[in-house]
Design a protein around this ligand. Structure first.
Ligand code: S3P
Length: 435
């Protein structure tokens, strides 16, 4: 497949953004271990989420699709069955890390694998706390995949100060704690997304959470629930930035998840002068949602402080694109976590920005981008995306501001999180060409 994003004159219209990836993984897993049948609507139907769904089916959970919703027949905390083969999680760090926590307390062994990118990502960050809880988990010599988990005698709750703010690590510990003896208390340095905590509460867990502290008391069971998944804020981010940096644009995005631990990008873009309005606020379960209206704006540079990084970690690539068309030098502090995502996103973005002829440089852990303002038109080029969906979508949006086009290498990666991206983009007026 060849994907070219061409200069576009303006975006207009209104779309509904498909379900949130983080919440979709959690909804499937929590429903699978609850008692009773849960109905999940607006599940994200991306490769990442479908890999989690398939692994739950291999673990003996019945999941069917009826009238636009998924029906998950929960088997309880201890009802999963030994899978016949290794469980495959494709590109998904969230899928594999959350499921490792869950599988830590089962009475059978499992091996977890993934694609080339996932096979290189660090797993020590989940292995360390799980081993402290008494879990028998091991990886390759470099603490990467395959992960192997074998049953152990006694698994205990843990008091854990997390060295890196990471919702995936926190969630792996919380899922393992469901089958462990005693209480678990987790402390974080900065706030990471709290979808697991909200979902656990929704399913009836005895959980308390404040900004950087989570306590899970012994919880015996989850009761099945109906769940409506909010639109994915991280997917919305691409079109929010697209509308801001394109002239003569106005778009509305419906039913977007606005969990406070995910929306630092909105705050940042507003500080930069972005004309963004949030309205029709309501709740889907324990998760806040709203509609978002965005208009073309002349942006000024921003500064991202280290405490904001976990909150906008997935949006940094598209924020770099916004900053490229802002006036002034933007500064991003302590963004090294970006190196450990689906690709080394810092390297991938630096390379692509250089091809856009946008000056950027790293000073230690601080990254700088010299914005060229809204009138800038980048040259035409082919961008390497390292099979990373967010790199591909970020440069697809940059292509709208090119003098003619940007070609996106390995665009298939987009299906890992947002298979509808190209069609929805075209609906809004993005000049996307696929051949
Ligand atoms: C996620 C947490 C984040 C994020 C990822 C999804 C989650 O990762 O980058 O895309 O669903 O828990 P970390 O928790 O490793 O920062």
């Amino acid at each position: 497949m060849k994907f070219i994003s061409k200069h576009s004159e303006g975006l207009h219209g209104e779309i509904k953004i498909p379900g949130d990836k983080s919440i979709s993984h959690r909804a499937l897993i929590c429903a699978s271990i609850s008692e009773g049948t849960s109905k999940i609507s607006n599940l994200q139907e991306s490769e990442d989420v479908i890999n989690t769904l398939n692994s739950l089916k291999h673990l003996g959970v019945n999941i069917s699709f009826e009238n636009g919703s998924y029906l998950v027949e929960g088997v309880g905390f201890k009802g999963l069955k030994k899978p016949e083969k290794q469980l495959y999680f494709g590109n998904s760090g969230t899928g594999i890390r959350l499921m490792s926590g869950l599988l830590s307390t089962q009475n059978f062994s499992t091996t977890l694998i993934g694609d080339e990118s996932l096979s290189q990502r660090p797993m020590k960050r989940i292995m360390e706390p799980l081993i402290k809880m008494g879990v028998d988990i091991s990886g390759s010599k470099k603490d990467t995949l395959p992960l192997s988990i074998v049953p152990s005698e006694e698994i205990k709750g843990i008091n854990y100060d997390m060295p890196v703010a990471s919702a995936q690590v926190k969630s792996a510990i919380l899922f393992a704690s469901l089958g462990a003896e005693g209480e678990t208390k987790i402390k974080e340095k900065s706030i990471s997304r709290d979808h697991t905590e909200r979902m656990f509460e929704y399913f009836g867990a005895d959980i308390m959470f404040s900004k950087t502290e989570t306590t899970l008391k012994n919880t015996k069971k989850f009761s099945s629930q109906d769940i409506k998944i909010p639109g994915d804020f991280s997917s919305s981010a691409f079109f929010i930035v697209a509308a801001l940096i394109s002239k003569n644009s106005e778009i509305t995005l419906r039913e977007v998840g606005l969990n406070p631990s995910r929306v630092a990008l909105l705050k940042k873009l507003k500080e930069m002068g972005g004309k963004i309005e949030v309205f029709n606020q309501s709740l889907f379960g324990k998760e806040p949602i709203a509609d978002i209206n965005v208009k073309s704006s002349s942006l000024i540079a921003c500064e991202v402080k280290s405490d904001d990084v976990p909150n906008l970690i997935d949006e940094l690539p598209i924020l770099f694109i916004a900053c490229s068309f802002a006036v002034g030098i933007s500064r991003f502090n302590e963004i090294e976590e970006l190196k450990f995502k689906e690709s080394d996103r810092l390297k991938a973005m630096q390379e692509g920005l250089l091809k856009m002829k946008i000056n950027n440089y790293l000073d230690g852990n601080t990254f700088f981008i010299e914005g060229m303002g809204q009138n800038y038109k980048s040259p035409n080029f082919l961008v390497e995306t390292y099979y990373d969906h967010r790199i591909a979508m970020s440069f697809a949006i940059a292509g709208l501001k090119s003098s003619s086009y940007i070609e996106i290498a390995s665009p298939e990666s987009i299906d890992t999180s947002f298979p509808e991206f190209i069609d929805l983009g075209k609906k809004l007026g993005c000049n996307f060409e696929v051949s």
